[in-house]
Design a protein around this ligand. Sequence first.
Ligand SMILES: C[S@@+](CC[C@H](N)C(=O)[O-])C[C@H]1O[C@@H](n2cnc3c(N)ncnc32)[C@H](O)[C@@H]1O
Length: 224
Amino acid sequence: MSDSRTNIQRRFDGAYGALYDGVVSRPAGLRVVSIGFGFDTVLPEIPRLVRAAYADAPTQPLLDVPCGAFGSLAHGAEVAREADVVGVDLADVMLDRARTRIRELAPAFSVQPVRGDALELPFDDESFGAALSINGLHCLPDHARFVQSVARVLQVGGTFTLTTLVDRGTRAGRGFFTAMRRAHILPITPPAQAALDAMLDETGFDVIEAVDGRMFVARRLVRR
Ligand SMILES: C[S@@+](CC[C@H](N)C(=O)[O-])C[C@H]1O[C@@H](n2cnc3c(N)ncnc32)[C@H](O)[C@@H]1O
């Protein structure tokens, strides 16, 4: 396992996980928090990006990783899909919240929360027609391995919709990342934007949409 479950639980149990989930599942919450990140332009785009990912390859399974409490469902539940949505996360507390959300939103398609490691996804090669990762990459201890793990389980021509913090090298950003590492939210510093884009290209992804914010980036990608 890439990181002990105890460490993950410590990060996402309790107040932080609940607060994060409450914000990311609400468009108004995302707009308010974007102000704290210097009017970041990516966070308010998350509902639209999630709906786009849910609408991709609707007859093929969609992977949401790490799914957390399935905040994506708050935006994607109304999208017409024939195939399942599968979410992977390591934290039991987030998966419990996910099960509650699935019951409450009761989408017309099946949603399966699975406990697993994002760096060692427990699926066959090319199992999914689309993949989604909202603010998960920066929570993982090996960014390149995560991107490779997603690419392996994604079909050629499948889309990967990703948002993540990036390191822009500013003093304020570095201070924030240090505090987040001390709070065990971030295992390592997020990638620089150029390093992230090079990693995605080397792994076999072409960019179909890019949004560059003050501290976050969004990429809509297609696997070649
Ligand atoms: C900031 S949350 C994002 C969750 C979700 N995408 C959302 O936006 O609501 C990050 C999630 O990563 C999960 N996580 C951290 N390390 C993980 C790993 N190695 N494998 C799977 N999930 C992991 C945490 O449990 C947490 O739920």
